[in-house]
Ligand binder design. Sequence first.
Ligand code: ADP
Length: 328
Amino acid sequence: MTRVFSGVKPTGHLTLGNYLGAMRRWAAEDQHRSDALFCVVDLHALTVDHDPARVRRLSRQAASLLLAAGLDPESCTVFVQSHVDEHARLSYVLECVATDGEMRRMIQYKEKAVRERGRGGSVRLSLLTYPVLMAADILAYGTDEVPVGEDQTQHVELARDLAVRFNQRYGHTFVVPRATGPAVAARVMNLQEPASKMGKSDDTGPGIVYLLDEPDVVRKKVGRAVTDSGRDVVYDREERAGLANLLEILAACTGGDPAELAGGYDSYGALKKDTAEAVVEVLRPVRQRHQELCADPGYVEDVLRDGAEKARAMARPTVDAAYRAIGL
Ligand code: ADP
């Protein structure tokens, strides 16, 4: 059976981008057609300035939202990365296969390093090596497919390169994984800055729809989305980025096609109104299930404990094999 692995970082509250770009498909498709693991990748949340209590709180919230989004522990494995030592163990070995040049070429590293320096801070070494840890997350489980949004495809490519290189040098050890992406909403953009993605870590609140936003907050944010000074509704990702983003969100929520949907509108106002309502409807069951889970925190803890146990048992043979192969 196809092995699928993916994860979310507890660096902020989960967003509509996380949901449409990744989580929704994990719940609707991946967990049913494959042997899937979904992970709250908390070690990755330490790569930039962080508050320990907040990371712990957001990890639990992310796990609860994964379940609220429809992941069923009977169908897949849901766990927290730091509960399974194999990720860090394998990461070190892969650092001995990766090169520093390869790391410095990663687009996310370049963007985030500039941001950290711009804030007057220093750049943690773990920000540079983060893609290696992500490769370890993936390779430890013999993963075939990694369902992610467009922003993560470069990192999955690196995991492929490291797997191939390791296998060539030290003997066949790792399955070579590939990224799979959604057809629409592979990249949901910030409603206020359509040139940048809707990222939970960015902290530019008004342009980000969070999964737990109240319906009226969603309506306000979508209603104030930046568009342009044109009047006609057309789908053009290059020239009309804000509008294209709204059309893509609407299409992802309703199952339509962004270009076809554009033809049905003669004003930005009507498009925004329908988009807001479509988002509210998509998020409604998620918020509701999340509230139910908040009333039963013991359940989430149990799921995570069982998930870590299962994950450990799956990862250990591969990581042990990698240690033996590389000479340890
Ligand atoms: P971030 O911290 O940027 O929100 P994560 O690394 O936790 O994202 O991503 C979790 C999943 O959500 C990944 O598969 C990622 O590709 C996807 N994702 C994140 N933001 C977006 C977005 N704006 N549009 C589409 N997919 C996204």
